[in-house]
Write a protein that binds this ligand. Structure first.
Ligand code: AMP
Length: 230
């Protein structure tokens, strides 16, 4: 989520996106070089064979380099010009369904290895890395790479747009509503994603979630956003 210049896990100082006005006054996006890594793999998978778990016509699948849970994969679209959720419209519905299906196949593989895992599939409202990518992330959040408020809130608040909800919203409205940006989620409190208790800091939160056995929020269960062994 946060990526300092030249250091993907460094302190949160820079935004990946610079917004400049061109001569017409229309805002254009430019991305920092480090924010292009996923896009490079998606566009030139043959140069990244050792890193990629799977390559299809539409997507590449890889391990997140800084996993925020025991299992954390990325399913990256290979469609040119599709940087983030904001770019989505009705024409992308089938693509999103295919990305989700691919993500679900990997969830099944991972559940076959460890039946205790629980997964969620979704997109960040405002990504740090360029090229639309679906997060496939286990809900233990048991990882040394999960280091700060921004990491936590990017996966446990409405900033995280579940894949199924994203598709439904595109079908209904033709666009996807974004909730928050990378700065606003830093101002949110730290809440356990299971029991919803607030925790004073990230160390306490991580200690708490190792022990918390409260059920997951019922709306996530009922909407089918959680993937478990069946
Ligand atoms: P987002 O914040 O939605 O753009 O997520 C980008 C994800 O890419 C984060 O979870 C990072 O840990 C991950 N990441 C950053 N650099 C790389 C890389 N070179 N290879 C694989 N994953 C990466």
């Amino acid at each position: 989520m946060d990526h300092g210049k030249g250091s993907p896990q460094g302190p949160v100082i820079y935004s990946a996106v610079h917004t400049d006005k061109d001569m017409t006054g229309i805002k254009e996006k430019t991305w920092e070089p480090w924010a292009e890594a996923l896009r490079k793999m998606a566009m030139h998978p043959e140069q990244h064979i050792d890193t990629l778990l799977q390559v299809t016509q539409e997507a590449v699948v890889l391990h997140d380099k800084f996993p925020k849970g025991r299992k954390h994969l990325l399913v990256v679209s290979r469609q040119e010009g599709l940087d983030c959720v904001k770019d989505l419209n009705r024409s992308h519905i089938q693509l999103l369904k295919n990305l989700q299906a691919l993500g679900e196949e990997w969830v099944q593989n991972l559940l076959n290895e460890d039946q205790s895992l629980v997964f969620r599939l979704g997109y960040h409202s405002e990504p740090s890395m360029r090229q639309l990518h679906l997060h496939v992330i286990s809900q233990d959040f048991d990882s040394p790479s999960l280091k700060n408020k921004k990491h936590w809130n990017s996966f446990t608040t409405s900033f995280f747009r579940d894949s199924k909800a994203t598709i439904e919203e595109l079908e209904t409205t033709g666009r996807v509503q974004l909730y928050g940006d990378e700065h606003s989620i830093q101002n949110l409190e730290l809440r356990c994603h299971r029991c919803q208790s607030t925790q004073g800091n990230i160390a306490r939160l991580k200690q708490h979630i190792r022990m918390c056995k409260a059920p997951f929020p019922s709306d996530l269960v009922h909407k089918g956003y959680l993937y478990t062994w069946k």
